[in-house]
Design a protein around this ligand. Structure first.
Ligand SMILES: Nc1ncnc2c1ncn2[C@@H]1O[C@H](COP(=O)(O)OP(=O)(O)OP(=O)(O)O)[C@@H](O)[C@H]1O
Ligand SMILES: N[C@@H](Cc1ccc(O)cc1)C(=O)O
Length: 481
């Protein structure tokens, strides 16, 4: 029985054909039947190479085009699987992280992953999911973004191997490449005559990304229209060079995956496959990413380890099980244990803590996780000891916007003298009022007597710092020299 699935121009409508006959129409219907089909197949194919069982975790949403062959192909031996990332910003974000985690699952199942950086395609700009034309990027900007993304990808794959891979077997090598390497010497005539001739206008025009833009008042440039040809050629190139059979991408990439499938099929006669991962959305339902301007970044310069940790720590209880399945590599039985513990006392946020810990370890390694934990401790627990665990840079990052003053510690220096030098209180009566009302804190402890002489370990921490807070959120840091 040959079964195939097709998505029409709308995002939500599927048509499923069996032996050429329309079997069913609709959205959840097809996805649900795919899910049960894969779970059933899992029992028939012994190897865990059949990554489609990951639909249990919700990490794979749809497959294109042929639902019957892929489990067999995956179980038959290691396959090359790729996912592309356009360097249109200098960092990836947690939406992209889901695609990286999908690649990690492939690698853990013994397949050969390729993370492709779109150094060439970023210059054109993918219209998928965009309602307006992208602002063109300078080639030098794309190049430096690509370098930064490459090092994040390397870091994540290294962290995974170091902290998450416990088996004796060697993980297959991750290949990180840039499509600029095959486009830089590409001859435009050869490309159009080769790739352009293979693809039919009707299908290219039917893609959702094209339809939406053609219907808009701004229309669509030929450059953006041509984007799908380049992504399709990448698939063909990786198929030729590495025998790549599978491309992963978010749901917004389905049209590009279909064009890739069509090109490879026409040129080689072989079927290749697209596996679609769900889109991570914000609480308002928008795709998390660059375009929506709501990205949570994985480069520390853009989103600190503490903020990344806090992002996951603050997610609502209702999302926990789903997010643990998507964003961690914990086995499902461990996730069930975490959820059981969490449900007993949700206010302890055990599920959020586990989720945040696992993401931090993957993205920033042990050092980043440790920093985020110490900073969280200092932020929410008021003991001076928690502040002492932080160095200069960490404390300054934690209390962003705090005024930093360097002071020389002289014998007999009092709290009042320090407050005066730091200029954290208004002069005269107003300042005295704040003090006597208990509005000044030193190292998280309320000041009751400002005439006291500063004492090491109480007022001056072992790290040579004093943290002053005036009112609810005005912070001042003293660095003693
Ligand atoms: N929020 C998200 N959830 C899941 N996957 C995502 C998300 N955002 C991006 N991806 C996937 O990551 C891969 C790389 O995407 P890309 O680098 O273009 O990021 P992007 O945020 O979608 O960019 P832009 O907003 O500029 O379109 C694609 O497969 C894309 O579908
Ligand atoms: N078009 C993808 C990135 C990508 C680039 C090249 C590829 O071959 C594949 C994917 C995106 O914007 O999300």
């Amino acid at each position: 029985m040959a079964a195939s699935m097709m998505r029409t121009t709308g995002v939500n409508i599927f048509l499923m054909f069996v032996n050429g006959k329309l079997l069913c129409r609709g959205r959840r219907q097809v996805v649900a039947s795919l899910t049960s089909q894969y779970l059933l197949k899992r029992r028939c194919y012994s190897s865990r190479r059949n990554i489609l069982t990951l639909t249990e975790r919700g990490i794979f949403q749809d497959i294109f085009p042929d639902t019957s062959d892929l489990p067999k192909v995956l179980s038959s031996g290691p396959q090359c699987i790729y996912c592309g990332f356009d360097p249109t910003a200098d960092s990836l974000h947690i939406g992209n992280l889901l695609a990286i985690i999908a690649l990690l699952h492939c690698q853990r199942a013994g397949h050969n992953p390729i993370a492709l950086i779109g150094g060439a395609t970023a210059l054109i700009g993918d219209p998928s999911g965009k309602t307006t034309e992208r602002t063109p990027l300078e080639s030098s900007v794309v190049q430096s973004n690509a370098a930064s993304i490459k090092s994040s990808l390397q870091r994540i794959f290294t962290n995974h191997e170091r902290y998450f891979w416990k088996e004796d077997k060697q993980l297959p090598k991750i290949r990180i490449m840039d499509n600029k390497s095959w486009y830089k010497d590409m001859n435009v005539l050869r490309f159009l005559a080769g790739v352009g001739r293979q693809l039919r206008m009707g299908k290219l025009l039917s893609r959702q990304s094209v339809q939406t833009r053609l219907a808009s008042s701004q229309g669509m440039s030929f450059a953006e229209f041509s984007y799908q040809l380049f992504q399709a050629y990448d698939f063909l190139h990786l198929h030729h060079e590495y025998g790549c059979l599978i491309q992963l991408g978010g749901t917004d990439q389905l049209g590009n995956l279909m064009t890739g499938h069509e090109l490879v099929k026409r040129v080689t006669g072989k079927d290749v496959y697209g596996i679609v991962i769900p889109l991570v959305t914000s609480s308002t339902g928008d795709k998390l990413g660059k375009t929506a301007g709501n990205a949570v970044w994985i480069n520390e310069e853009k989103t600190s380890a503490l903020d990344l940790y806090q992002h996951f720590l603050r997610l609502p209880d209702a999302d926990m099980e789903h997010y643990l399945k998507l964003f961690t590599l914990l086995p499902l039985n461990e996730i069930a244990d975490v959820m059981r513990l969490h449900k007993k006392t949700p206010k302890n946020r055990k599920a959020q803590e586990k989720l945040a810990e696992q993401v931090l370890l993957l993205v920033h390694g042990e050092i980043g996780l440790d920093r985020a934990l110490r900073q969280t401790e200092a932020l929410y627990h008021t003991s001076p000891a928690s502040l002492e665990q932080l160095n200069d840079a960490e404390i300054t990052e934690l209390f962003q916007g705090a005024t930093v003053t360097r002071l020389l510690l002289e014998p007999g220096f009092s709290i009042a003298q320090m407050l005066d030098r730091v200029k954290c209180l208004p002069q005269g009566h107003k300042g005295d009022l704040i003090l006597s009302a208990g509005g000044v804190y030193i190292n998280n402890q309320r000041v009751t007597d400002a005439s006291r002489v500063l004492i090491k370990d109480e007022h001056i921490l072992a790290n040579g710092l004093t943290l002053i807070r005036v009112g609810k959120k005005n912070y001042y840091i003293v660095k003693w020299v």
